[in-house]
Design a binder for this molecule. Structure first.
Ligand SMILES: [Zn+2]
Ligand SMILES: [Zn+2]
Length: 450
């Protein structure tokens, strides 16, 4: 996230395990139970030769099956399950991007190749490695005057994988500049002036590097056509009250068109104030991991967690299209179970994620079973805003990820068509403001199951 000498970490949150991983764990427990019973029989029947052989063979088969289920197919199923999945929306491809990560080339703890491996496991389309330009605590062991090295290493590691690797840097300054990421760089070295008589100590080096004006770095990035966004503006090391706001310097740069976006989610943190000033100042809304250690440690994807990402609604799957979409502000942030964005993008993503796949009157009744399909990773909490009530639920329903939800609605009598409107609790289009989704229902007359 930040220079680690100032870093404090909060514990990684846990998302409830998904249905399929619960099922896998149940199947494993059943396999283990049946194997235990088999072992018991094999051991207690050691007198009779025919029976003993039968139970011993079954024991061998069982233990093999258990090994496969624990380390083979089941493990593979779990690793594909961690992939972050949201559908494409009308007219756009939904790219999953993490635009803020670190490696050993600044204060991260892994080689860039590991960032690429993690990105592929998480199903990312695009990854930016954004080292601190001014802070390199490993420089005694990894001296690298060339600030493009980690990008080059990551690009080489990603070759042939289809992952879009984006060249970036983190301009790392005290307030009023703060930290600013520049992505889609041509040459990171232009954003940094090497120090003469550089101090050995990384913190002293960082302090000395503050001398070169930060606006020089911002200008150099803009000259390269880069996309620049403000990092973690609520960070208590630089904003002790945790309330994000634009500094005068940042505000001026925003007005001059030199800063284009802001992180509303970074690591374990969400900033409602950054969301508010992002909307007010017409900035692109960004969510990032700012990962320094391992994604597996910080987000526990094996337990259903995920890193924060930016969902970029791009015209096609390419670096150029991602950049165009970022400048056009077509993003939705995916943070914990929250979707954060502008109304147009959030609504488009909701309409692609939640669809009514069927609606029928139950036999000899005037109640309608509506099937709602959720084609995304989000668990949607919907609050009923229509005039109708439901058969089995109150006004709040939860549609689990990648699942179908059956809702029995009481329109009061047989009608050819009606609509259901919900507030989506976990999709925000402004601070404390949920998105709205509307389903047009045209029920068929015959019940399909009752
Ligand atoms: Zn960072
Ligand atoms: Zn930072």
């Amino acid at each position: 996230m930040k220079p680690s000498f100032l870093l404090t970490k909060s514990p990684a949150p846990l998302k409830p395990r998904s249905k399929s991983s619960k099922l896998l764990s149940y199947l494993r427990r059943m396999t283990m139970l049946s194997c235990t019973v088999t072992t018991f029989y094999a051991l207690t029947l050691s007198g009779g030769s025919m029976k003993t052989n039968f139970w011993l063979v079954l024991l061998l088969v069982c233990s093999y099956a258990h090994t496969v289920s624990a380390h083979g197919k089941a493990a593979a199923a779990e690793s594909s399950e961690r992939m972050i999945q949201f559908p494409d929306v009308d007219g756009y491809v939904t790219l999953v991007a993490d635009l803020h990560t670190h490696s050993v080339f600044s204060d991260g703890h892994v080689w860039p190749k590991i960032r690429v491996e993690e990105a592929l496991r998480d199903g990312l389309d695009a990854l930016a490695i954004t080292e601190h330009l001014e802070y390199q605590p490993h420089r005694a062991d990894i001296p690298h005057p060339d600030r493009n090295r980690s990008f080059q290493e990551a690009s080489a590691a990603a070759e042939g994988s289809g992952l879009i690797v984006i060249a970036g840097s983190e301009i790392t300054r005290e307030q009023p500049t703060g930290h600013i990421n520049a992505v889609f760089l041509q040459d990171a070295n232009a954003l940094f002036k090497p120090l003469e008589n550089a101090p050995d100590d990384a913190v002293e080096y960082y302090k000395a590097a503050q001398e070169w004006p930060s606006l020089n770095a911002i200008d150099a990035a803009n000259e390269q056509g880069a996309f620049l966004f403000i990092n973690h503006p609520y960070w208590t090391a630089q904003k002790p009250n945790g309330i994000a706001e634009l500094s005068k310097l940042q505000s001026k740069a925003v007005k001059a068109g030199k800063l284009h976006g802001v992180e509303v989610a970074n690591g374990q943190d969400y900033s409602e104030e950054a969301f508010a000033f992002g909307l007010k100042n017409d900035l692109t809304l960004i969510g990032v991991s700012d990962i320094h250690d391992l994604v597996d440690w910080d987000y526990e994807p094996h337990n259903g967690g995920h890193r924060p990402v930016t969902l970029i609604l791009a015209k096609e799957r390419s670096a150029e299209a991602a950049k165009e979409a970022l400048f056009a502000k077509r993003t939705v942030v995916w943070f914990r179970n929250l979707l954060i964005g502008r109304s147009s993008e959030v609504t488009a993503l909701l309409n692609a994620s939640l669809k009514v796949s069927g609606a029928k009157y139950q036999k000899d009744t005037e109640v309608v079973e509506v099937l709602i399909d959720n084609n995304s990773d989000a668990s949607f909490a919907l609050n009923n805003k229509s005039g109708y009530s439901f058969m089995h639920y109150g006004d709040r329903i939860v549609v689990p990820p990648h699942a179908q939800f059956a809702l029995v609605v009481k329109p009061g009598k047989k009608v050819p068509q009606f609509s259901l409107t919900f507030d989506v609790e976990n999709a925000l289009v402004a601070p404390k403001t949920p998105a709205t989704i509307k389903f047009q229902i045209t029920p068929q007359s015959e019940s399909h199951n009752k």
